[in-house]
Design a protein around this ligand. Structure first.
Ligand code: 13P
Length: 250
């Protein structure tokens, strides 16, 4: 059985104080469920606070990005070794904002996926097509390339989470239809099957991201190959994120 994962990507929002306040308001709002993993990806500077305030709770904290080297002369970067040492459990790799705004390529991201695994954490590899690519009928080709190349250095039997985030649905309020999302997820699972075999394909959680809100989460999450969400805007409000968590029981 795959774990249903509900993940918050806070992007460059929230100070440590605001992050702490979020956790205090959020925790009492969530109902218990065994097969559910809740993750929050705050900014790197909020990691120590978030790890401290969530340490007695069933909540995993991850980083939004890291370098692929453990250490070195890389001014301003965050090391996966440091992130793991703090106690983080996962790192987002290849979010579309990293690809589009910071020029991260598939081969560069492959090194990060490996580094995150090497330090015992789960990479959450993000893939997704632009609107122009979808309109040109290239969705499957684009996400397949991102998945294959992003995983080219990975331990395919190791820790891994995939997030499908169509670029045109991120922060736009335009959510993929359950059908569009399910089709992409099913395809990604078939590529995983080719790459790593049946076991990995059936066990790997593939999350959907892109304008997930309290009012559309249940329908999207009910699709067979959708194993959770990566939520941006709606994860910034404790009530909204708790509602998404609470309607997400498969
Ligand atoms: P929104 O939920 O704001 O569309 O953002 C999605 C996202 O980028 C999560 O990583």
């Amino acid at each position: 059985m795959r774990t249903f994962v509900i993940a918050a990507n806070w992007k460059m929002y929230k100070t440590p104080h605001e992050a702490k306040r979020f956790v205090m308001e959020f925790l009492p709002l969530i109902t218990r469920s065994l097969h559910r993993r809740i993750m929050i990806f705050p900014t790197a500077l909020c990691l120590p606070t978030m790890l401290e305030v969530t340490k007695d709770h069933n909540l995993d904290i991850g980083a939004q990005n890291c370098h692929f080297q453990a250490e070195g002369a890389f001014t301003g970067e965050n090391s996966p070794k440091t992130i793991a040492d703090l106690g983080a459990r996962a790192v987002l790799v290849g979010h579309s904002e990293r690809r589009a705004l910071f020029g991260e390529t598939d081969s560069y991201l492959a090194q990060k996926v490996k580094a995150v695994q090497d330090f015992g954490m789960s990479p959450m590899l993000c893939v997704g097509e632009s609107l122009a690519e979808r309109d040109a009928g290239q969705t499957e080709a684009v996400i397949e390339k991102q998945l294959r190349e992003g995983l080219s250095k990975a331990d395919l039997q190791g820790r891994l989470i995939i997030a499908y985030e169509p670029v045109w649905a991120i922060g736009t309020g335009k959510v993929a239809t359950p059908d569009q999302a399910e089709k992409a997820h099913k395809y990604l699972r078939s590529v995983l099957h080719e790459l790593a075999g049946e076991n990995v394909a059936t066990q790997t959680s593939i999350l959907y991201g892109g304008s997930v809100k309290p009012n559309n989460a249940a329908e999207i999450g009910s699709q067979l190959n959708i194993d959770g969400f990566l939520v941006g805007g709606a994860s910034l409000e404790p009530k909204d994120f708790a509602t998404i968590v609470n309607v997400s029981i498969k």
